[in-house]
Design a protein around this ligand. Sequence first.
Ligand code: ZN
Length: 276
Amino acid sequence: MRKWLMLACALTGVWSAEAQISTLIVTGQDGSHWWKGGSEKLEEILESDGMFEVGEWAIGFEQAAERLEGYELVVVNWGGEAPSEEARRKFEQWVADGGGVVVVHSSIVPMADWKEWNKMTGLGAWDLRSEKDGPWVYWEDGRVVYDYTPGWAGHHALQHPFTVTHRLPDHPILKGLPEEWEHVKDELYGKARGPAKNMVVLATAWDDPAVGGSGRHEPMLWTVDYGHGRVFVTAMGHAGNDPDMRYSMEDAGFQTTLLRGAEWAATGEVTQETTF
Ligand code: ZN
């Protein structure tokens, strides 16, 4: 899949031009979020360390499916409807053949009816999901719990800062990072449900019932293997309907895990030594 040989400049830590990971952002629709501002912020973060080169955005999966060739990474910031069957098959094939995907926050909400998309994200929320879509997945007593109790999927309390805890600190995406860190004000997504197959929970956050949470340690970062492809999901990164409301993407924990997760999704390894 890699078109470029990755060569890090040992002296400066800056990535050489031919080393860049070609990245396609899929965006353009999201009723509950400021998709344009959120996508601009994602592009800014991805281009901040020189490893990723973000091309012209794809407006929806219909357009993305036509432009996948030559890209190594697709970053999804999309809250719209699912594309045509043809576009679905193209995207599924691209991922199964080894494409890397990063899924941000509300992108786990739409397209409940696109079965393969839900396999890629592992977990989804809202959009009429329920026990029919899979178990509620959370962390308890040192392990992942798959809770098949019937119920709706998707929940968040009022936005608030919260602590993120790494559950697999030796995973390449997390290795060398603080195992606990404070995330800025965000929507803490909970009660997500999905097929949860080939899924690895990397980090969770306590969804405190005292502030309206679910009373579980909810997955915040996870990976899914899809064929030869790799998917990295961050449930964080709310961007509200106002230019001043991108604060949830502003902290180093969100940005560092996004960058490292993106490299892992694209290449299967993490060479960034960035920490915070
Ligand atoms: Zn949100």
